[in-house]
Ligand binder design. Structure first.
Ligand code: DX5
Ligand code: ZN
Length: 217
């Protein structure tokens, strides 16, 4: 089935980021997923603008930024300047989510909402029309290589129903513990974008794993 594959750079070899990005550039991957963490919303810190500026310069794939930070609205101009395609903020940290989504769109980016595993899809009823993409977390945000939470499959099915019932074409992205088998479940459930970290970067041949995912899912 057709889907967008977004390798998550968090699982890459940070000592050789240029090489890792060249690998993604040459591969059949569709987007490059950037995980941004602040040590406040999630118990980890990933990368900041000095590093991302370099990545953005050499990546030929559209950048898909997933912000796991409080006050994400503060940084919208910086992400626009990086040339990010889609900017996803967490539902749980945005008291003025509508305003935040509008600012992202005014800055010329696609606006996404991410849901933690405990946040119900139904919480989106009054905001989904304003989002371009919904990201369903299938692990608790903060680290790559965590155990997949199976309940996320049913959540994607419920989200797909909600999107169809409203006649929208909002993209569904899933993130956390995705490999070929779970990717198949998710695409069958209605997902359009698969994020994959460890399953790609820790594979013996990441380029071949990307090819295999694109072919077999
Ligand atoms: C987790 C991040 C994910 C993570 C995915 O907080 O949002 O993007 O890097 O890594 P895997 O696929 O290894 O779970
Ligand atoms: Zn992510």
């Amino acid at each position: 089935m057709a889907f967008i594959l977004a390798p998550s750079l968090l699982s890459a070899d940070f000592l050789h980021l240029e090489k890792e990005i060249e690998m993604i550039n040459q591969s059949e991957a569709d987007w490059l997923h950037l995980d941004v963490m602040d040590g406040v919303f999630v118990p980890n810190i990933s990368m900041g603008f000095p590093v991302m500026r370099h990545l953005a310069r050499i990546s030929t794939k559209p950048l898909d930024a997933h912000l796991m930070i409080v006050d994400p609205q503060k940084f919208i101009p910086q992400f626009r300047d990086l040339g990010v395609r889609s900017l996803t903020v967490h539902y749980e940290v945005c008291p003025h989510l509508h305003s935040t989504l509008m600012k992202i769109k005014e800055a010329g980016m696609k606006a996404g909402i991410a849901l933690n595993p405990h946040t119900p899809v139904e919480a989106l009823t009054d905001i989904i029309e304003d989002a371009d993409m919904i990201l369903i977390m299938s692990v608790n945000p903060g680290f790559s290589g965590q155990k997949f939470i199976p309940r996320a499959v049913e959540k994607v099915q419920r989200l797909k129903k909600l999107i169809d019932s409203l006649g929208l074409n909002t993209l569904i992205e899933v993130d956390g513990g995705i490999n070929i088998e779970r990717g198949q479940w998710m695409v069958e459930a209605g997902a359009n974008v698969l994020v994959a970290g460890n399953s790609i970067f820790k594979a013996p041949d990441p380029t071949e794993m990307i090819r295999q995912m694109k072919r077999e899912i």
